[in-house]
Ligand binder design. Structure first.
Ligand SMILES: Cc1cc2nc3c(=O)[nH]c(=O)nc-3n(C[C@H](O)[C@H](O)[C@H](O)COP(=O)(O)O)c2cc1C
Length: 201
């Protein structure tokens, strides 16, 4: 399903077509495709080329691990994410490996890696839906994440499913147009709060 994306200025079709569905098909994602998605994440930029990310990935062909990862999600997310064939948790290393000093860009870099993975997914007819709604402490415990690493966000990967399969409230959200703030609210020029001169909305 394509989602209405009322852009005000032209953008690349990949960016226009990416969105976060909740209706997923149970069709498995082939291993070679998964490798390409994480290869895209691998080539994301990062501060000092630290690559402070790691991913826990649970596919449905390992039902125990899929169920264990599903159990880290809040109930709302479990209702729809359970159908996705791939669940994952993005984890960040909090300090630079070489110096042990705090890496204040670790979360930022991990987000960039997931963004690149999401666009690679979009290019292959797949969708990614990220979730803050999960229990990081439970993820640490169930997946034995070592100290110095922090689970940042969970996400699902899968092929689009039928929105009719969702409960009423979610079905409406599934088909609603995507919304964003205008550029005038967040692209500033020579002073905080002053819209940049090149921005016209
Ligand atoms: C870090 C992050 C956390 C999110 N957490 C959740 C979540 O817990 N549950 C959910 O249904 N959607 C979640 N979302 C999806 C957002 O609601 C969605 O990206 C936003 O509404 C914009 O919609 P779009 O991705 O379709 O453009 C999250 C997205 C991000 C990037």
């Amino acid at each position: 399903m394509q989602k209405p994306t009322p852009t005000r200025h032209p953008i690349h079709p990949l960016l226009q077509h990416r969105w976060s569905p909740r209706a997923f098909s149970e069709k498995p994602v082939p291993a070679d495709v998964l490798r390409s998605l994480f290869e895209a994440a691998r080539w994301a930029p990062s501060s000092n080329n630290e690559q402070p990310w790691a991913f826990l990935v649970a596919t449905r062909d390992n039902p125990e691990s899929h169920a264990r990862m599903l159990s880290t999600l809040v109930e709302f997310n479990q209702t729809w994410a359970r159908h996705a064939p791939v669940l994952a948790i993005a984890v960040s290393e909090l300090a630079f490996a070489r110096t042990g000093k705090p890496n204040r860009n670790a979360f930022y870099d991990t987000g960039a890696a997931v963004a690149d993975l999401s666009l690679e997914a979009t290019s292959r007819g797949l969708f990614v839906h990220q979730m803050a709604g999960f229990d990081p402490h439970r993820a640490i415990e169930l997946f034995e994440i070592p100290s110095g690493w922090e689970p940042i966000a969970a996400f699902v990967i899968g092929y689009p499913g039928n929105p009719e399969s969702l409960p009423d409230t979610l079905r409406q959200r599934e088909t609603a147009s995507r919304e964003r703030k205008p550029l005038t609210e967040f692209v500033m020029g020579d002073h905080w709060g002053k819209t940049a001169a090149f921005v016209q909305d």
